[in-house]
Ligand binder design. Structure first.
Ligand code: FAD
Ligand code: NAD
Length: 479
């Protein structure tokens, strides 16, 4: 075997570490601005989102939700009573991950003139990275203007006796498994837990959710978690709240979880959906005065606090762990890097300026693809009050809207808008119900646009769509 060899340093205007959706978008923006750009990736170009998160999870969920929706339509219900064809769903998921191959995304990087370095990258002092390729080659990359860390996040497992030997699932296994387990225990009631419980219960597993808090989706309006828990139970899952797992033991095909009251839960697989940690350990942060393994604290242009050249974009900055929000940050950071490289004296970093990711604070949209779907943007009523806003929450039963009744027999859903009483604009909105995800963009525009209620009154929803819930909410506010 030959000795690993080092190449001479190569200079680029911008070097991006991590080619997930966010790193790809930063590179695309800086290239479009005429800056030479290299990107470093240790696994697959496309990142967590393409292979172990958004794409495979939604490919698993779509048939589950479509079947549930169909069963609520008179005349169609009886045609969709059978089980899903799980192997066809898993094959559909495999197609969405391109069988975990990134050729298409590599070709795209090539087409936009971004140089890809495959391997593990780490900072090596200011504006410099070392990359070790899978073949053991070492490359030194120097950045004239910016290094952008987009290394994302990984699942966190709690420290529990027995867990290391229990072959527990994280989000990676939950999105890439090739067989439906008979019994699946899901620990954690956040977004990953509720989506994956919905998917695998729908695919035929017997799911038991073990949630230590009072309910599901604790960061959203309380009715969101309540409606999702009701629906999961109706689909046959067990949802246990206020329980903590204290140990895990795997014995062959069976995993046994012990709870704080001594009760035991047996399953074939257990998913820990208990949050995320930054993938910043071992990437050389200490060589630039930062703590190894820390989330990167950034300003609104996504530049690391106190640095003139280091950026942290996407999950790694912990502002909003969502693909679309990371890609938004990538557009903002890309523009800021280009402006600074061009010597622009003053950047537009004021609220809603071209170089400020203001929406991260005020208008983050999220759809949880459960049945019912949960769609939320901006602040919940509790968050708005905690931030000192004078607010009024207006609620509406979505089943009262003609379009909802037509969409599904016995439609169950609820909507809330949170109004800033001082400005008479929306601070947030939440819709929970079948098909609710597609209602969200209108709310995002209202929140990000700070559209006054008196003008929203003129935005007439078409009859008979579920969007007429807007009219009911506005009537509820205006009386
Ligand atoms: C199960 C699940 C479902 C989700 N569903 C959705 C959804 O429906 N919608 C949504 O908006 N968000 C969703 N998310 C969140 C979304 O996946 C993340 O917000 C998104 O992937 C973040 O993108 P990123 O580019 O910052 O990081 P990542 O996608 O994690 O990409 C980081 C990349 O950096 C690479 N890397 C790391 N360290 C190094 C290194 N030292 N050298 C070289 N390369 C390195 C990694 O290999 C990876 O390719 C989901 C998350 C999970 C877990
Ligand atoms: N559709 C989407 O937009 C989507 C889908 C999946 C994930 N995501 C993103 O991925 C991120 C990660 O999701 P997640 O669900 O892993 O994290 P999360 O933070 O949303 O939920 C984790 C849950 O686990 C609980 N928990 C933590 N430690 C625990 C323990 N030891 N025992 C029991 N419960 C414990 C927490 O209280 C929390 O409720 C989210 O922030 C979300 O934005 C988005």
């Amino acid at each position: 075997m030959g000795q690993p060899h080092a190449t001479a340093a190569t200079d680029y205007d911008v070097v991006v570490l991590g080619a997930g959706p966010v790193g790809e978008n930063v590179a695309e923006r800086t290239r479009a601005a005429g800056l030479s750009t290299a990107i470093v990736e240790s696994e697959l170009v496309g990142g967590e989102c393409s292979y172990w998160a958004c794409m495979p999870s939604k490919a698993l969920l779509r048939p589950v939700i479509a079947r549930a929706d169909s069963r609520r339509v008179p005349g169609l219900r009886q045609a969709v009573q059978g089980p899903l064809d799980a192997s066809a769903v898993l094959a559909h998921r495999d197609a969405y991950t391109s069988d975990w191959k990134d050729d298409g995304q590599v070709d795209w990087l090539d087409s936009i003139g971004v140089r890809l370095y495959r391997g593990q990258g780490r900072l090596d002092g200011p504006k410099q990275l070392k990359v070790t390729s899978p073949e053991g080659e070492h490359h030194t990359l120097k950045a004239r203007h910016a290094v952008v860390v987009c290394t994302g996040s990984r699942a966190v497992l709690p420290e529990l006796p027995g867990l290391p030997g229990a072959h527990a699932w994280t989000s990676r296994e939950a999105t890439s498994a090739h067989a439906v387990p008979g019994r699946l225990a899901v620990v954690g009631g956040g977004v990953v837990g509720t989506e994956m419980a919905t998917a695998w219960q729908g695919l035929g597993a017997q799911v038991t959710m073990l949630v230590r808090g009072e309910g599901l989706l604790p960061r959203m309006e309380p009715f969101a978690g309540e409606l999702v828990a009701d629906a999961l139970r109706e689909a046959g899952a067990e949802v246990r709240t206020g329980v903590s797992v204290t140990s895990v033991v795997r014995d062959g095909a069976t995993v046994t979880l012990t709870l704080q009251d001594g009760a035991m839960v047996e399953a074939d697989e257990v998913l820990f959906a208990t949050g995320r940690a930054p993938r910043t350990d071992g990437i050389g942060l200490t060589t630039v005065g930062l703590a190894d393994g820390s989330w990167l604290s950034v300003d609104d242009s996504c530049r690391v606090q106190g640095s003139s050249w280091l950026y942290g974009v996407g999950d790694v900055n912990h502002r909003a762990l969502l693909t679309h929000q990371g890609k938004y940050q990538a557009r903002i950071a890309g523009a800021a890097i280009a402006a600074r490289a061009a010597g622009t004296p003053i950047l537009e970093t004021d609220r809603w300026g071209a170089h400020a990711a203001t929406a991260d604070h005020a208008a983050v949209p999220q759809v949880v693809f459960t049945d019912p779907e949960v769609a939320a943007v901006g602040l919940s009523a509790a968050e708005a009050e905690a931030m000192g806003h004078r607010v009024r929450a207006v609620d509406q039963d979505m089943s009262a809207v003609a379009g909802a009744g037509l969409y599904a027999d016995g439609y169950t859903g609820r909507a809330r808008m949170v109004v800033d009483l001082d400005r008479e604009t929306l601070l947030g909105a939440t819709f929970v119900g079948p098909g609710a995800g597609e209602l969200l963009q209108a709310a995002t525009i209202a929140v990000a646009g700070e559209v006054p209620i008196e003008r929203l009154w003129h935005a007439v929803p078409a009859y008979p769509t579920i969007s007429e819930v807007w009219l009911r909410l506005l009537e509820g506010y205006r009386g």
